[in-house]
Write a protein that binds this ligand. Structure first.
Ligand SMILES: Cc1cc2nc3c(=O)[nH]c(=O)nc-3n(C[C@H](O)[C@H](O)[C@H](O)COP(=O)(O)OP(=O)(O)OC[C@H]3O[C@@H](n4cnc5c(N)ncnc54)[C@H](O)[C@@H]3O)c2cc1C
Length: 466
């Protein structure tokens, strides 16, 4: 006989475990099926290891500027294995914490691969918990995604890697090609360049980091080039010929480059296949994403889907937000759907990028008459103290009938620790706050966040320092 629960979740990544934790805290009896380790891509091969590696790069940059602060140190040597052990320590700690949280909330974690058998019925097989069937009044699909690959670039973990292999690598190459100049590709390129690898980015689109405000994108590109990263945009990768200590990658019009390693970073594929959705009534689009409505309901009653499995922004915090919407929907609480045009985006390359809301071009395309301001970190005391003054905050506001700046439509930042500064901008955009309202807020001094305050104040027509 099948075990019955209020909620059965397939997948224990951010989407799945957020649904489990939030559901259990609302009193639901929850079972969650995971075939690897709870925490998913984000904890084990995504956000956390990638940011840990970027922190190693940040330490290297700090050491490079130590002499400016009066320190005399020998040329630092990196034992990347030690760095990776530290990163694994962070992952292990978080994994232990998450496992305890799930246990404390009495969530049943089932080890195995889950598949949908029909409305409210889930089969589990191939794991430590054996073959079993679970029944749930509600079922949430949260199977996540895996890296996409490209034909001709078989992943061997030695010469050709995806993010899965790179975050676990025990050493770094002297040279590397990163195929794909999106957020993940640029984070890896930035990290490797700071740690001494000669990096080339090959991007098929006309620019790296598509979707960024143009002023922000330009600044990142300039910084990358200054740090020796070569960028080829608008080029197609044709194939590669292994030989010697690496391989020769062919791209564009008869161009080629010899490198030790290739990092393929061309997006992620939803893992819908293993869920055996054919014939269940849960529809999947042509790219394999599970189709959902604004409350993440699938086309089969009683079944929801969240996270990288659905065609929305592939971000851990979006998966969290969708999971909360789902639980509220299950509880009949009429949730406010996620507004995907206003979610926070953070890219942790150097310099960091963070934004919420419309870019200047997107605002104009959407028919807004806009007023914009750019405030650079060059005049910010804290930025100069920490030696990271390259960057800016750009605020895009709607132009009111009197010509003055009104509602804040977008906040775009590039520079030091902007991923930690976006909060105010995110709140302003989502609160639909006006420039006059936000300009009232006091910013601590000296702080990097003063730059946001100054930018907004400038939009009122009166500024302090700019
Ligand atoms: C290198 C890298 C860096 C990233 N950095 C960031 C970042 O800085 N910020 C950010 O917000 N996002 C980042 N992301 C994206 C983020 O990791 C994903 O958006 C997030 O993990 C999606 O969560 P999820 O729960 O939908 O899927 P996943 O995290 O992929 O979790 C799905 C889980 O389900 C399990 N599973 C799959 N199928 C089954 C099945 N049939 N039965 C049982 N279990 C199953 C898998 O083993 C996995 O544990 C990054 C991703 C990568 C690769």
């Amino acid at each position: 006989m099948a075990d019955r629960h209020d909620l059965v979740i397939i997948g224990g990544g951010p989407g799945g475990y957020a649904a489990a934790l939030y559901g259990a805290s609302a009193g639901l009896d929850v079972a969650m099926i995971e075939n690897q380790k709870v925490g998913g891509t984000c904890l084990h091969v995504g956000c956390i290891p990638a940011k840990s590696l970027l922190e190693t790069a940040a330490v290297r940059r700090a050491l490079a500027s130590a002499a400016e602060y009066g320190f005399t140190i020998d040329e630092p040597a990196l034992d990347f294995g030690v760095s990776q052990d530290r990163n694994q320590g962070v992952i292990d700690k978080l994994h232990k914490g998450l496992s305890s949280l799930l246990g404390n909330r009495k969530i049943r974690v089932v080890n195995g691969t889950g598949r949908l058998l029909g409305p409210g019925r889930v089969g589990v097989s191939g794991g430590e918990d054996g073959d079993l069937e679970l029944e749930g009044d509600a079922v949430v699909l949260a199977a996540g995604s895996v890296p996409r690959t490209i034909p001709g670039f078989e992943v061997d973990g030695q010469v050709v890697l995806t993010s899965d292999e790179l975050v676990k690598a025990r050493d770094l190459p002297t040279s590397a090609v990163v195929i794909g100049g999106g957020a993940i590709g640029c984070e890896f390129a930035s990290m490797m360049a700071d740690l001494g690898t000669e990096v080339t980015i090959l991007e098929a689109l006309p620019k790296i980091l598509p979707g960024l405000d143009t002023d922000v994108a330009k600044l990142v590109e300039r910084s990358f080039k200054k740090r020796g990263i070569t960028i080829h945009t608008g080029v197609e990768v044709k194939g590669h010929e292994p030989g010697g200590a690496g391989t020769t990658v062919q791209f564009g019009d008869d161009q080629s480059i010899e490198v030790e390693r290739v990092v393929v970073s061309v997006g992620r594929r939803p893992l819908s296949d293993a869920l055996a959705l054919d014939g269940t009534g849960v529809e999947v689009d042509e790219r394999g994403f599970v189709k959902v409505d604004e409350n993440c309901r699938t086309t089969l009653e009683g079944v929801w889907a969240v996270g990288d499995l659905v065609p929305t922004a592939q971000l851990a915090h979006v998966a969290f937000a969708e999971a909360i919407v789902v639980i509220k929907d299950i509880l009949g609480e009429d949730p406010t759907p996620v507004d995907y045009t206003r979610v926070p985006w953070c890219i942790y390359c150097h310099p960091e990028v963070a934004f919420a809301g419309l870019s200047e071009d997107a605002a104009k395309e959407a028919g807004h008459d806009v007023v914009t301001v750019k405030h650079r970190f060059g005049g910010n005391g804290r930025a100069l103290i920490i030696g990271e003054a390259d960057g800016l905050v750009k605020v895009i506001a709607a132009k009111d009938a009197d010509g003055r700046a009104g509602q804040i439509l977008g906040v775009h930042m590039v520079g030091p620790w902007v991923t930690e500064q976006l909060g105010q901008g995110y709140l302003a955009v989502n609160w639909e706050a006006t420039v006059d309202e936000v300009a009232q807020f006091i910013q601590p001094h000296p702080s990097l966040s003063e730059n946001f305050g100054e930018a907004v104040m400038a939009l009122t027509g009166r500024g302090l320092h700019g």
